[in-house]
Ligand binder design. Structure first.
Ligand SMILES: NC(=O)c1ccc[n+]([C@@H]2O[C@H](COP(=O)([O-])OP(=O)(O)OC[C@H]3O[C@@H](n4cnc5c(N)ncnc54)[C@H](OP(=O)(O)O)[C@@H]3O)[C@@H](O)[C@H]2O)c1
Length: 236
């Protein structure tokens, strides 16, 4: 197919699974992560069209450095997957114990990280481009029932709002934006219970669902942009 793809959070978890899906499609992949894992290096050794870049998405300098080569090498970006994110487990607490410093850290990575990367790659977004923001059902104001996790949930709502405004702006360029809840993932972020539960999902299955949806984006109406990886619509 030879599409041009950027993936953040590519070293492990869902991002790594998305990279594998696009390798199977024979695409050109630019993979970003905070640390470059041995698994990602091994994939790049086997598949030369996969290039990896060290990039902390909370830092402007890192983002401009890591994206500069892509801006020179490519004229158009087909798929941008904003997947990198953090969940600070100690922040699974009520308001009285919530740390504002940790809230700001989650905002800076989960919400503004996606903004930074997308802004840096803006010149490459055009007709047919799709920006995929992996947010969370915890960012759904309409479905929210939690009594804790303020910082994480608020950061994901902010990423949803970013997606909506971006979608409005990109519409004129005939480019699309989607937000996905990837399910409760069997990853370090999903936590140990996810590996035991039959309500959780493997990152490979979730990534397969997300990538297949994106490959068939024309079947999705423009106003259905926030959904589970399985396709069920989520309320904003
Ligand atoms: N896990 C779940 O159940 C769940 C549920 C709903 C939504 N999500 C969302 O789905 C996405 C993927 O989750 P996951 O379970 O695959 O998480 P994960 O296994 O923890 O992977 C997250 C990735 O993001 C990278 N990352 C963290 N901070 C970064 C930074 N400042 N700059 C660049 N990269 C950074 C991590 O790098 P390092 O390995 O170097 O730290 C890691 O590769 C996240 O956005 C998450 O919020 C997950």
């Amino acid at each position: 197919m030879n599409k041009v793809v950027v993936v953040t959070g590519a070293g492990r978890g869902l991002g790594f699974s998305v990279v594998k899906k696009h390798i199977a499609l024979k695409d050109t992949i630019y993979a970003f992560d905070y640390q470059i894992t041995d698994e990602l290096k091994k994939l790049a050794d086997e598949y030369p069209a996969l290039k990896y870049y060290l990039c902390d998405i909370s830092q402007d300098k890192d983002v401009s450095g890591a994206t500069s080569e892509i801006l020179t090498a490519e004229k158009h970006l087909d798929y941008l997957y904003n997947i990198a994110g953090i969940f600070i487990f100690e922040e699974r607490v009520g308001l009285a114990e919530t740390s504002l410093d940790k809230c700001m850290l989650m905002f800076n990575i989960n919400a503004l990280g996606a903004v930074r990367i997308t802004k840096a790659l803006w010149p490459l977004l055009g007709k047919g481009s799709v920006v995929v923001n992996v947010t969370s059902e915890s960012g759904s104001v309409g479905a929210m029932r939690r009594v804790q996790e303020y910082g994480y949930s608020m950061s994901k709502s902010a990423e949803n709002m970013f997606s909506k405004i971006l979608s409005n702006e990109l519409w004129e360029k005939e480019a699309r934006v989607m937000c996905f809840h990837p399910g409760w993932l069997r990853t370090p972020m999903g936590g140990p219970a996810a590996f035991e539960s039959d309500r959780s999902v493997s990152p490979d299955v979730s990534a397969g669902n997300i990538v297949n949806t994106i490959l068939d984006i024309d079947k999705i109406p423009r106003d259905q942009m926030y959904m589970q990886h399985t396709g069920e619509i989520l309320p904003w």
